[in-house]
Design a protein around this ligand. Structure first.
Ligand SMILES: NC(=O)c1ccc[n+]([C@@H]2O[C@H](COP(=O)([O-])OP(=O)(O)OC[C@H]3O[C@@H](n4cnc5c(N)ncnc54)[C@H](O)[C@@H]3O)[C@@H](O)[C@H]2O)c1
Length: 376
């Protein structure tokens, strides 16, 4: 940190969907959490000068650049938020860590396990923190779900299930874009890490997987009307096995018409069930066998000030938090981690373990049999 009395000096790379979310979080974290010093929005980096200058003005950054390499080594920067496309993460994160900066990088770490290992190794060598953007674990309702599991209210966990569905690739007539390039991530690479991040905080990660992938549309037309082969899979799934025998499944689909931001997790135990859906992120459904059979049924718990840190945003229950507020809670945790405090975050070590599950599933698709998740 720049000094004990002033906030972190932030550089942000990329200001698209997630970059804007990072910018809003950095701008407001000191207003929502009054125990953290206001960060200084020092430097914004975008793909070209015009975009960088415009976005810096809009988002309130003091300076801008279109050269990420000089930016990550800028002496006036303490932490680099990386919200660029996934295939750029590795070089940016490693350069920032080598320059002595803290890093908060969007998920997934990269698009290959070897790149993720390189990032993890750079983090091990650095004296700074290296964290990933896994905002969904910050939801107070997910923290409540984790407490249900930890307190044994579901009993012994017997199986888990998670689905992540969106429909931005559902239209067969939408033109070929970079999303379908072979170098861009598949649904398993870009999506499955989110269900795994939730399972990680609820029940842990599986030790064996059986994967499957498919292309709902094998070809798409370019803007010029030529047919091109789709280079990665918009559907991917995996069966899971835990060391204690518990079973599970993850299904990811970017071509699921009508599903806009569905991220469902179900945890089944021998005394009850939990159900959460990110499309209804202020609700947790719980079923337990505590009541007599004629009174049993799912109850829906609505988020409110009892669910920390909801009360930092709103005094009234039932009014709801949103996606950007989860990012802001994550930003608070990032600041805690930088300050050496205990923090609820997924760092590069745990991020690699999540990606080891994904790549075990991808290996299993190729070998057509179950893969053990190996850790390196
Ligand atoms: N945590 C989440 O819930 C979540 C959700 C969506 C995406 N993501 C992740 O966030 C990352 C970014 O995805 P997105 O959806 O925001 O993408 P996006 O395309 O909306 O934004 C990417 C931004 O990076 C900028 N950029 C490209 N090249 C650059 C360069 N050389 N220097 C600086 N900036 C550059 C682009 O101009 C753009 O503004 C991906 O890794 C993605 O997987 C995370």
């Amino acid at each position: 940190m720049s000094n004990a009395h002033s906030g972190l000096r932030v550089a942000l790379i990329g200001t698209g969907y997630m970059g804007k979310s990072h910018a809003l979080a950095w701008s407001n974290v000191g207003r929502v959490f009054n125990d953290v010093p206001h960060p200084r929005l020092e430097l914004l980096i975008e793909a070209n000068d015009q975009l960088a200058e415009g976005r810096a003005k809009e988002l309130g950054f003091a300076r801008w650049s279109s050269d990420w390499r000089s930016a990550v080594s800028d002496p006036s920067v303490d932490i680099v938020s990386i919200a660029s496309p996934t295939w750029m993460h590795k070089d940016m994160a490693i350069a920032a860590l080598k320059a002595g900066k803290h890093v908060w990088c969007e998920k997934p770490m990269s698009l290959s396990l070897s790149d993720a290992y390189e990032m993890r190794d750079a983090a091990r060598e650095a004296k700074t923190v290296a964290l990933l953007g896994y905002n969904y674990i910050q939801n107070p309702m997910i923290r409540l779900a984790a407490k249900y599991v930890a307190d044994g209210k579901l009993g012994r966990i017997t199986s888990v299930r998670s689905e992540m569905d969106e429909d931005f690739m559902a239209d067969p007539d939408s033109p070929f874009s970079w999303v379908s390039e072979p170098f861009a991530g598949s649904a398993l690479q870009e999506f499955a890490v989110h269900p795994l991040s939730l399972l990680n905080v609820l029940v842990g990660l599986p030790s064996r997987v059986l994967g499957d992938e498919s292309k709902p549309y094998a070809q798409r037309k370019t803007a010029q009307g030529e047919l091109r082969d789709v280079g990665n899979c918009d559907f991917g799934s995996m069966f899971l096995r835990y060391p204690n025998g518990a079973a599970g499944a993850i299904i990811t689909n970017r071509s699921a018409w009508g599903r806009k931001g569905r991220l469902v997790v179900q945890i089944f135990g021998d005394k009850g069930t939990l159900y959460f859906d990110q499309e209804r992120l202020n609700e947790l459904q719980v079923y337990t066998t505590e009541q007599p059979p004629e009174e049993q049924g799912f109850k829906t718990i609505l988020s409110g000030p009892h669910h920390d840190p909801y009360n930092k945003f709103l005094p009234a229950p039932g009014h709801g938090l949103g996606f950007n507020e989860l990012k802001l809670i994550e930003c608070r945790e990032v600041i805690s981690a930088v300050g050496g405090q205990k923090a609820h975050v997924i760092d590069f070590e745990k991020g690699v373990q999540i990606e080891e599950v994904v790549y075990a599933a991808i290996d299993s698709v190729a070998s057509n049999k179950w893969s053990d998740v190996s850790h390196r």
